[in-house]
Design a protein around this ligand. Structure first.
Ligand code: ZN
Length: 420
């Protein structure tokens, strides 16, 4: 278990953006013998492991040697993106003798958690020639400085009040801003001629590495646990399932854009998963019976019971770190779980010998949602929502139990290979 948590920490550290997470996933899949299915090329049928990439989204699947036309699908769905600050197209700004970067907020970030951190910058540069280049400035480069308490005497009792336009701009040096400064610098770091850079997607990230925490190091503190912990477990589960799946086709998908609502070309609301599953089912006319016999495990982190705010949780449905991944239930289908789906999850946990728990939100606290209900609505595939418990969700640095990622990977492997 410790090994898996260690590997998760490495995966997170080298995946500051969805593009990097996808690149690392591809590296791991290729090492296991998976080959690329080009989106524009001919469909590669037959047994074997394949993957397909579009931007920050990756799909991977393994067709067993004995798979027949009409084999049911077992899908693991997660998301590759996390809340952060994204650099604007004209980034070079400044005030009061400081050089700053213009940013906007991506997703539901806890803004205050980004204050006073050593931030790197990562993403992709799109060149005039049509190619893209990944870049990761993985050292302290920027900081969003908090106002000193001497200049904001009420901050502790009244809370940090932040205006996203005015107060979240990171500094990255001194002097007057010059147009082109930031991208010239980033291009240099990427080894690219800045004159060739036509556009970019760049976000900040905390460069402090993940760390074990607690008397017995039973916790893992890291950025982007939401939702790279699930992506990492899902990749491991697919690779394990590829060795032993029989009669079902295991599929993994890591979607981009969950944190901004999923309604994008590469998000869960887009067509990528539907297109793939239709092909795996043997075409549009054949897919109805296949989808009806298929299942999806939608995996995203859930809220661990917070000791200082227990009143925010339902007392009978709280989850704790290292108690196993939680089944997520909501009467209004903000989570797609229903009783037969829950039973499939419980069977997977029993078969894998891992503990599980149940999360239901407090009736007075609206719960979040994730890719599960979107996949279920688009495809009509029975879907069950689960996830490992974390504290500080959407903070720049989150906290989970060190054993839960391994529990999740084991239960997901059982789910992806379950023929019943
Ligand atoms: Zn999430």
């Amino acid at each position: 278990m410790a090994d898996l948590a260690h590997d998760l920490a490495d995966f997170i550290a080298i995946s500051p953006t969805p593009y990097h997470a996808v690149a690392e996933a591809v590296r791991r899949l290729r090492a296991a013998g998976f080959t690329e299915q080009s989106e524009t090329g001919p469909w590669i049928g037959g047994p074997g492991g394949r993957y397909l990439v579009r931007d920050g989204t990756i799909l991977a699947w393994s067709v067993p040697a004995g798979a027949e036309r009409g084999s049911p699908l077992r899908v693991f769905a997660a998301h590759t993106d996390s809340p952060t600050l994204k650099v604007k197209p004209n980034p070079d700004v400044g005030a009061g003798g400081w050089r700053q970067a213009a940013v906007e907020v991506y997703g539901g970030a806890l803004w205050n958690s980004w204050l006073d951190r050593d931030l790197g910058l990562a993403g992709r540069l799109a060149l005039y020639g049509g190619s893209t280049v990944l870049v990761d400035v993985h050292r302290p480069l920027l900081r969003v400085p908090q106002l000193a308490i001497h200049l904001d005497r009420g901050v502790n009792s009244e809370g940090v009040k932040l205006d996203a336009q005015q107060h979240l701009l990171p500094v990255w040096g001194l002097g007057a801003p010059d147009e082109g400064d930031l991208i010239d610098f980033v291009s240099g770091e990427a080894g690219v001629d800045p004159d060739e850079v036509a556009a970019f997607d760049l976000v900040v990230h905390d460069v402090h590495p993940p760390a074990r925490l607690g008397e017995h190091e039973e916790l893992l503190a890291a950025p982007r646990l939401d939702n790279l912990a699930s992506v990492h477990a899902g990749l491991g589960a697919l690779l394990a399932a590829a060795q032993r799946a029989d009669g079902v086709i295991p599929v993994f998908v890591g979607f981009d854009h969950e944190e901004i609502g999923s309604n994008t070309a590469t998000g869960a609301g887009g067509p990528l998963l539907e297109t793939l599953l239709t092909r795996l089912a043997g075409g549009f006319d054949a897919r109805g019976p296949v989808f009806a016999a298929s299942r999806c495990l939608s995996v995203d982190v859930t809220h661990a019971a917070h000791p200082n705010y227990l009143g925010h949780h339902d007392p009978g449905h709280r989850s704790v770190p290292n108690g196993g991944p939680a089944l997520k239930v909501n009467a209004n289908q903000r989570y797609a779980t229903d009783a037969p789906g829950a039973a499939a999850w419980q069977r997977a946990c029993r078969d894998a010998g891992v503990p599980t728990q149940v999360f239901v939100g407090r009736n007075t606290v609206p719960c979040g949602s994730t890719v599960g209900p979107i996949v279920a609505t688009r495809l009509g595939i029975r879907t069950v929502d689960v996830g490992i418990p974390v504290l500080s969700m959407h903070s720049a640095r989150e906290l989970c139990g060190v054993e839960d990622p391994a529990h999740l990977a084991a239960a997901a492997t059982a789910f992806l290979t379950d023929p019943s």
